[in-house]
Design a protein around this ligand. Structure first.
Ligand code: BES
Ligand code: ZN
Ligand code: ZN
Length: 505
């Protein structure tokens, strides 16, 4: 999709469809809408009104969020169609709404065979932030999960998007936002594409190859640890998960080094769970719905997507991404409940349930990241079904260490990026749940509930004193039903937040 920004007057915009948004208001025909209305033969605010005022009076559009009104051959405009999208109440309107509106408009027009459209920002919205949100919304909405369908409808595609409503003075800000939004959204789609791959097409080795290719293309340093190196490093927790599979594990390490790092600035560690398929191992999962466990590598894919975006956005801090990749299979050599493993940190773990494998691989990845010198850690993982019980598919679960400042920084970035996240409690009392009977730790609690917190506390034991935030994305990384602005399937959740977090230094 081509994306550009023009400063033309709106009546002169020659496009297949001109899209703009209307607020829920006693008079929705104000500002730019009134301009369009005048072009359509009305007098400003006068009782005769133009087409839009007549339609508004007839109740044809109300401004309710994501209500669509499509007009063909709108009088006074060069555009072949005018699409009005409801934006809700003006005082609740923000970039998150704009992102959804742009995405929903793209999917609406794409399904109707439109190839080129222009998106007009309303008065006061001609900012870099709006341009970024519109482009993020459009590019992520354009992503489809039909890669393996052979009967694709090839006539349904969007060729170009034009941003409009910017003056000459506002143009450079708009273009800056456009470029940033494009980098972030394309990186989000890169991550979603990895998540969408089935496990036979994305083994740990293939994921490592794809990560390596991405790093080389983006100019990032990359180091792939193979099974020999992983053994040498004594990553016993990761190896214990991998031993049930014929496919060898990998640890993917991608590093971004700024050219101008300030002395004393942090080194951020991004750690992402990449279980390319989670059968549960010997504690095997039920067959119903097991196919979805191909998305158990979404945390790792997200982190690789973040690195891809950072390579282009060039923040001032060093970032090291560590992605442990493995299958969790019940093969003949698989670990069994009760087995005791020694992690890279030296801490011993009693594996009471082989399906609680994410925390095992994250334990070693975090230990390794610390060895590489990270000072602050974020991990993202499809860790627990329990987070779906607590927060459904709406909020990402956020868990932090004692350093609330680091957690707050992440939550601020989540707000700015328009991703819903909710902090969960991490009281010391929960720590008891992961104390082992026969080893230092056990990988599940003893049936006292609080499954997501238990998982988080297990990982925290390995982060130690290093400021750490854990994101449980099990409920939010996969979209079961298509949304007007997003296809069914991988969401790429947490990528925008993490890019914002790193860029805030
Ligand atoms: N990958 C799963 C978590 C998951 C569940 C992700 C649903 C996406 C959707 C994880 O490895 C797992 O199996 N967790 C267990 C932990 C339990 C054994 C303590 C779970 O949540 O059931
Ligand atoms: Zn599992
Ligand atoms: Zn898992």
């Amino acid at each position: 999709m081509q994306i550009n920004l023009v400063t033309q007057l709106l009546a002169a915009l020659d496009t297949e469809a001109l899209v703009t948004y209307v607020f829920e208001d006693t008079d929705p025909v104000q500002g730019r809408l009134a301009e369009i209305d005048q072009a359509a033969g009305g007098t400003s605010g006068g009782p005769s009104g133009g087409l839009l005022r007549k339609l508004a009076q007839a109740g044809e559009f109300s401004g309710k969020t994501l209500e669509f009104t499509l007009l063909h051959a709108p009088p006074g405009l060069k555009a072949a169609r005018l699409l009005l999208v409801g934006a809700g109440k003006r005082d609740q309107f923000n970039s998150a709404t704009l992102r959804k509106i742009a995405g929903a408009a793209l999917r609406y027009l794409k399904s109707r065979g439109v190839h080129k459209f222009a998106f007009l920002v309303r008065e006061n919205d001609a900012t870099d932030e709006s341009a970024q949100a519109i482009v993020e919304g459009a590019v992520t909405a354009d992503f489809e999960t039909d890669k393996y369908k052979t009967d694709k409808k090839n006539d349904k595609f969007i060729e170009s998007l034009t941003l409009a409503g910017y003056s000459d003075a506002e143009k450079s800000a708009g273009e800056k936002g456009l470029a940033k939004g494009r980098i972030i959204a394309e990186s989000q789609n890169f991550a979603r594409d990895l998540v969408n791959e089935p496990s036979n097409k994305l083994t740990p080795r293939i994921l490592a190859e794809k990560a390596e290719a991405m790093a080389r293309e983006s100019g990032l340093a990359v180091d792939i640890l193979d099974d020999r190196k992983i053994t040498e490093l004594k990553m016993g927790a990761l190896l214990s998960v991998a031993q049930g599979s014929i496919e060898p594990p990998r640890v993917i390490v991608v590093t971004y080094t700024p050219s101008n790092a300030k002395p004393g600035s942090p080194v951020i560690g991004l750690v992402g769970k990449a279980v390319t398929f989670d059968t549960g191992g010997i504690s095997i999962k039920p067959a119903d719905g097991m196919e979805k466990m191909k998305y158990d590598m979404a945390g790792g894919a997200t982190m690789l997507g973040v690195m891809r975006a950072l390579a282009a956005l060039k923040p001032n801090v060093k970032v090291i991404c560590v992605v442990p990749a493995t299958e969790n299979m019940p093969g003949g050599r698989a670990q069994k409940p009760g087995d005791i493993q020694t992690s890279m940190s030296g801490k011993t773990i009693e594996v009471l349930n082989t399906d609680a494998e994410g925390r095992l691989i994250l334990a070693d990845a975090i230990t390794y990241a610390k060895q590489l010198g990270v000072t602050h850690i974020v991990d993202s993982a499809t860790l627990t079904g329990a987070i779906v019980v607590a927060l459904a598919n709406i909020n990402v679960g956020v868990f932090g260490s004692a350093d609330q400042g680091w957690t707050d920084k992440l939550l601020t970035s989540a707000k700015a990026a328009g991703e819903k996240m909710w902090q969960m409690p991490m009281d010391d009392e929960y720590r008891e749940f992961v104390k082992g009977s026969f080893a230092d730790l056990q990988n599940i609690g003893s049936g006292k509930g609080g499954g997501s917190i238990t998982g988080a506390w297990f990982i925290r034991e390995f982060a130690g004193d290093t400021p750490w935030v854990h994101l449980d994305i099990a409920g939010t990384a996969w979209n079961d039903d298509p949304k007007p602005w997003l296809a069914k399937g991988p969401t790429g959740v947490s990528l925008r937040t993490l890019v914002h977090l790193v860029m805030s230094y």
